[in-house]
Design a protein around this ligand. Structure first.
Ligand SMILES: [Zn+2]
Length: 237
């Protein structure tokens, strides 16, 4: 998420050179606008998508300055009543399933929980349509026995049954470091890395050196030593 060279912007994601814009997504060089999605060089626009060099537009429709001001004020008034005003673009508008986004990594939900909220869920059909992929490839235990044409084969994840491939650069890296080929697909390896991160949650604990109260992402039942900032800095410098 990049926010650069902006002034009076709030609640925006991926934006450069904007002035007085709020709740925009991937919009650049725009002014005095709200709820823009992939818009560039726009001014006084509201709830528009994919526009360039436009002024006084609402839902991508052109209005006169007077009409724009009147209609925008009416919509904002309505949004204040529904509680939508001041919130970022809602998940209902996302073109992706919740489980395809990083939200699922940080705030995991089940398909049922997502459906109850009225959001999209991506049904994985890859593992069910893998019949065409030919005989199962067996992986050599030792990397030195792996043939070059392994990069042309379709492998099957041992954990999920999803198909995956090894690309030539990847094979070269495994050979260089004498590492065995992965037996689970990319998504599973990614999830393993995510699980090693601390959760997005803070616990109140005491510094294990001076006893001062601190907030930390290390839960109280973890074995690591946890220090307050000043004790930590004294220890490392
Ligand atoms: Zn301390």
């Amino acid at each position: 998420m990049v926010v650069d060279h902006c002034e009076m912007t709030y609640g925006t994601i991926s934006t450069i050179n904007q002035y007085n814009t709020q709740f925009t997504f991937v919009s650049f060089y725009s002014k005095n606008s709200q709820y823009l999605d992939h818009c560039q060089y726009c001014e006084d626009c509201f709830a528009c998508s994919g526009l360039k060099k436009k002024r006084f537009c609402i839902f991508n429709q052109q209005y006169s300055e007077e009409e724009y001001m009147r209609l925008k004020a009416k919509i904002v008034e309505h949004m204040k009543k529904t509680g939508e005003w001041g919130q970022f673009l809602p998940p209902e508008l996302s073109p992706f399933g919740y489980n395809e986004t990083v939200a699922q990594e940080y705030f995991p939900l089940t398909g049922g929980e997502v459906a109850r909220r009225g959001w999209k869920w991506h049904a994985d059909t890859e593992s069910q349509t893998s019949n065409y992929q030919g005989p199962r490839v067996s992986l050599s235990v030792d990397i030195k026995d792996v043939p070059d044409d392994m990069t042309e084969k379709i492998l099957v994840c041992e954990r999920t049954g999803k198909p995956y491939k090894i690309i030539p650069h990847e094979l070269a890296l495994y050979r260089q470091h004498r590492l065995p080929l992965p037996r689970v697909c990319f998504d599973e390896r990614h999830l393993e890395r995510i699980r090693r991160r601390n959760p997005r949650k803070l616990w109140t604990r005491s510094c294990m050196k001076c006893g001062k109260s601190i907030e930390t992402t290390y839960s109280p039942d973890r074995p690591e030593t946890v220090y307050c900032e000043s004790c930590y800095l004294k220890e490392v410098y």
